[in-house]
Design a protein around this ligand. Structure first.
Ligand code: SAM
Length: 249
């Protein structure tokens, strides 16, 4: 069978396209794209004239099967999404799952991914984190999701859209408290890249003062839960150390 390549593309800055992605997109038989018109611009920019076909979340089972058959007959396919890494809040899961099930070769071509870029420059703990995708649009659902992760000690990462950011921040303040530390990363790799860090209340205030900060693409990161007990213990230890230090000669 042919190989299914999962190819990452830039999240804004075309300079982030990796050489191996360009080479693979040139050499495959077909490129399966989330939005062929959107991807046409990228392909044109890199002088890639490989045939494209649409593959998105609304593609039916038959589309998946026909791509699997193409792979089975020895053709190679590259899957790309509109931006970043396919399958990360983007289509492709069913295709990869099915390809693996059929024993077909699946090869990743790593590159840009918005949440990795956001996290590594955020200053929040990155040793353990949970990527949660998009928060639900309806406030009750959103607050349910937030409640379920409220006491998670890992850094929480969400994708967000400009028209929902204010509502989401209000829900976060409500469920997790306005004093929780967070970072909002906007327009990564682009001209107006911005990191806004502080408490949830402080980030809300920045967005209220400057409506431009609500625009563009954004990743929302929330510092993990720190148990009250832990904090009290450490304060106790601090006090004890202070007393001991005074007693030292
Ligand atoms: N597959 C992509 C990836 O690897 O990151 C994510 C696709 S998802 C449909 C789109 C969301 O990713 C946006 O709503 C935003 O939350 C985030 N995103 C994508 N590009 C971004 C950028 N340049 N800056 C900040 N966030 C970005």
């Amino acid at each position: 069978g042919g190989t299914l390549y999962i190819v990452a593309t830039p999240i804004g800055n075309l300079g982030d396209m990796v050489q191996r992605a360009i080479d693979i997109l040139h050499k495959v038989d077909v490129i399966a794209a989330e939005d062929t018109r959107h991807s046409a611009k990228l392909l044109q920019h890199f002088g890639i004239s490989t045939a494209t076909t649409a593959y998105h979340d609304h593609s039916d089972e038959a589309k998946t099967q026909s791509l699997i058959e193409q792979l089975g007959s020895g053709e190679s396919i590259a899957l790309i999404s509109d931006a970043g890494t396919p399958l990360i809040s983007d289509p492709g899961y069913r295709l990869v799952h099915e390809a693996r099930k059929q024993g077909l070769r699946v090869e990743p071509i790593p590159g840009a991914c918005a949440f990795v870029a956001a996290l590594c420059a955020s200053g929040l703990p990155s040793d353990r984190f949970s990527f949660e995708g998009f928060l639900p649009a309806k406030s009750t659902n959103r607050e349910q999701v937030l409640s379920a992760v409220c006491e998670d000690s890992r850094t929480l990462i969400f994708y967000e859209s400009p028209h929902r950011i204010s509502a989401s921040l209000e829900s976060i303040a409500l469920v997790m408290g306005a004093e929780r530390e967070m970072v909002l990363a906007r327009e990564l790799t682009k001209t107006f890249e911005t990191f806004i860090g502080g408490t949830v209340a402080e980030v809300i205030a920045v967005l209220e003062q400057d409506a431009n900060q609500k625009r563009g693409e954004m990743v929302l990161m929330i510092k993990g839960f720190e148990a009250q007990a832990e904090r009290e213990v450490s304060r106790e230890v601090e006090n004890m150390l202070a007393i001991l230090c005074e007693e030292l000669p």
